[in-house]
Design a binder for this molecule. Structure first.
Ligand SMILES: *[C@@H]1O[C@H](CO)[C@@H](O)[C@H](O)[C@H]1NC(C)=O
Ligand SMILES: *[C@@H]1O[C@H](CO)[C@@H](O)[C@H](O)[C@H]1NC(C)=O
Ligand SMILES: *[C@@H]1O[C@H](CO)[C@@H](O)[C@H](O)[C@H]1NC(C)=O
Ligand SMILES: *[C@@H]1O[C@H](CO)[C@@H](O)[C@H](O)[C@H]1NC(C)=O
Length: 262
């Protein structure tokens, strides 16, 4: 998710920082306001959820229901073995969290690349992939297992080309080279994110203290929480841009999960 966040915010920040070099910038999907308390922390998850809801309420409800079922069945070894088969995992998974993350990644990334044409930015996907996922979910009989429904929808993201023998649910697979984001996040780009009651994802909270402790544990650094807004601004951005940052075109579709932050 972040790889491109970096591309996109960088255009506007470059223009602000080097006005003598760049006469303007096209900043498409650039959440320069997704920091501090400028944008509601739940806006990203809320928009992803809204995208799915706008296709079908059933689709939204199925996804919302899957997390508890997953936690319940994945609570012991037998359950995890069964789930590993259902998810066609290459190796038996060690925790239900991994399966949840695997599903959530599929829904989140698909919302970010919900283009009206076939594309292969993150993965090969058809036009309107969120609509296609919801069609898959809606095509099941009502009483079918929510996990089967959610898995089938997520398979659109991971296996649209049909060439996957099994899924690497856990492990170091990082096809898009996103692991660097953790370091970036933990140094100068902390983006608070939470879930609200509008969300189809499990509840999520955020605290600066916990984030700081996590960063210290993983990377041995403490983040500079407010560095971005100190360096580039963010509060009262309309005034800032008017006075110091002309010729920046911000473009977003409202279905873009980043749209509320930029
Ligand atoms: C595993 O968990 C499931 C669902 O909670 C339960 O029905 C089952 O009896 C449990 N099995 C074992 C071996 O604990
Ligand atoms: C991927 O899709 C193909 C074609 O539908 C299917 O045969 C294969 O089993 C799928 N792979 C997985 C891991 O589900
Ligand atoms: C979500 O919470 C807000 C504020 O607490 C409340 O006004 C709203 O009705 C809730 N929406 C749903 C869908 O529960
Ligand atoms: C922060 O961590 C503590 C201890 O693990 C936990 O109880 C608390 O819920 C966390 N706070 C948030 C907002 O996640």
């Amino acid at each position: 998710m972040i790889l491109w966040l970096l591309f996109l915010v960088l255009a506007s920040w470059f223009r602000l920082k080097y006005p003598h070099v760049a006469m303007g910038a096209v900043a498409s999907s650039a959440p320069i306001l997704q920091f501090d308390d400028i944008t509601p922390w739940s806006s990203f998850d809320d928009t992803v959820s809204q995208d799915f809801k706008s296709e079908s309420l059933n689709c939204f409800s199925v996804i919302k229901a899957v997390w508890d079922v997953l936690d319940d069945r994945g609570s012991n070894h037998t359950g995890l073995l069964e789930l590993s088969k259902t998810f066609r995992a290459c190796k038996t998974v060690q925790s239900a969290d991994s399966l949840g993350n695997w599903l959530a990644t599929a829904f989140t990334y698909t919302a970010m690349v919900d283009y009206p044409t076939p594309a292969n930015f993150m993965m090969n996907l058809p036009a309107y992939p969120v609509k296609e996922m919801c069609k898959i979910i809606d095509s099941f009989p009502t009483g079918a297992d929510v996990i089967d429904k959610a898995f089938a929808a997520a398979s659109l993201y991971y296996n649209y080309t049909g060439d996957q023998k099994c899924f690497q649910v856990e492990g170091d697979d990082d096809p898009h080279g996103l692991n660097g984001w953790g370091w970036q996040y933990c140094t100068e780009m902390v983006m608070p994110m939470t879930g609200s009651n509008e969300s189809m994802f499990p509840p999520a909270s955020f605290s600066y203290e916990n984030t700081s402790e996590d960063c210290l544990r993983y990377y041995g650094v403490r983040p500079r929480m407010h560095w971005i807004t100190t360096e580039y601004g963010g509060h009262k951005i309309d005034k800032v841009l008017k006075r110091f940052g002309s010729n920046i075109i911000f473009s977003n579709g409202m279905r873009d999960p980043w749209s509320r932050g930029g």
